[in-house]
Design a protein around this ligand. Sequence first.
Ligand code: XIL
Length: 462
Amino acid sequence: MSKDSSRAPGRPRRLRAALALTAAGLMAAAGAVVLPGNASAAETTLGAAAAQSGRYFGTAVAVNRLNDSAYTNILNREFNQVTAENEMKIDALQPQQGQFNWGNGDRLVQHARSRNMQVRGHTLAWHSQQPDWMRNMSGQQLRNAMLNHVTQVATHYRGQIAWWDVVNEAFEDGGSGARRNSNLERTGSDWIEAAFRAARTADPNAQLCYNDYNIDNWNDAKTQAVYRMVQDFKQRGVPIDCVGLQSHFTGGSNYPSNYRTTLSSFAALGVDVHITELDIRNAPSDAYRNTVNDCLAVPRCKGITVWGIRDSDSWRSNESPLLFDGGGNKKAAYNAVLNALNSAAPGGGDPTTPPPGTTPPPGTTPPPTNPGGCTATISPGQVWGDRYNTSVNVSGANTWSVVVNITPPQRISATWSGNPTWDGSGNVMTMRSNGSGNTFGFTTMMNGNSGARPQIVSCTAG
Ligand code: XIL
């Protein structure tokens, strides 16, 4: 089922480097001054820059704006992926029951495909932007209507949509981790998997995503709840290929320092991750740069879609959250994003040193092996507002010592099933087996840093 998202344009990096070297040689021979560093030409558009690592860079499109040439020029120049901002929602596609209105959706698909842009379908099943006839339905009648909508729409667009947001925003905000109460939820809690199955049958080649907002912070109950649903779907064979993080950040502070942990944790479940509706209040360059670098650091993060082109196009236009101003000029955040994309290693490796607090989540990195002959593997445990549990399993030896690093100001407050000792800083714990088995555990107080997670330094047998 894996799809090649590297079809987008952009000269291979090796070729560009060779061309740049040749040019540099010619300039040197002609006595020109060759500036050190940065010899290879950087890509000059977002889409081409993202394509260097096999990713896309896209935008939400309002189809009626395609008549605005300033808008369309930026769209065609910069982006290689599009999502319909409203035109493929349920109320737009099926305004009356059984009457489908494909005009605007088709127009966008046609615009995109004739320019080699990939299309994200948004969205098949959602509590919001339902037509009146659907909002007034309930029970089995609603469930059938929803499944019919999924089938009709995915069939109409079969073969033309790279990814479908099959279900959008099905979880509650806040600390409950519950499903959102909606007319769809009341049709039976298996409505989500039923929608995914119907979508797979209708368009077997589309990648099927679950999409939501406020699932960016790894410690949030909503993030954990969506994570558990995806884990459950993968275990039971419900067809799901990807998770979309909308990432509507309300400000620099709302970009969570553990965003990379969230992306890599979902990816470790065996799904791709997409940043699907990015916008950030006042468009701070740092938050945009961090977001891009976090995606680039996670091989299964396939691309980024911003939720509109110019600030004046944004659903949050009073917050100026996008990469172009109302006049279509590039903002500082644009340059931050472009530069970050240009510094990505080909193939999607991590181009940066992770900032503090963004260590990969427990259990998602290959456990370190070492000559001492044992291997220690971290599993994440329960998370509370101020602390979290971790357990570590040791294989390969029955007596062992495992060294664990903690990022201050975090602090281990309790341990079990081992004998701990500490270095002078209190940040390095050596846990020795005490005869109670090969799994030990500990509680870490966050002390204001909710993002960092412990790291195994070594495992030594004996
Ligand atoms: C928004 C559109 O941008 C607005 O034009 C519309 O009035 C409401 O919906 N989450 C989603 C998107 O999944 O579909 C929403 O788009 C923004 C929040």
